[in-house]
Design a protein. Structure first.
Length: 70
């Protein structure tokens, strides 16, 4: 579990570090990266899954809308 600070907003993500092709997983509205937890182990055999929590969801920062628009 890691996070990056992008434009002063903390973005949470999970990355499996294996030398394979990357696959990015993004959850749907009202969800989080946890929705992918059951399939990540199986996929990591063949791919390097990267799973993010969008801004305002899961463990990522939940900034005021005004700070995102500016």
């Amino acid at each position: 579990m890691s996070s990056k600070n992008i434009e002063k907003i903390e973005l949470y993500y999970i990355e499996y570090k294996k030398p394979k092709k990357h696959v990015l997983f993004i959850h749907g509205l009202g969800s989080s990266s946890l929705i992918w937890r059951d399939i990540l182990a199986a996929l990591s055999e063949y791919f390097q899954p990267i799973v993010i929590d969008l801004i305002g969801f899961g463990q990522s920062a939940k900034p005021e809308m005004k700070s995102i628009i500016q």
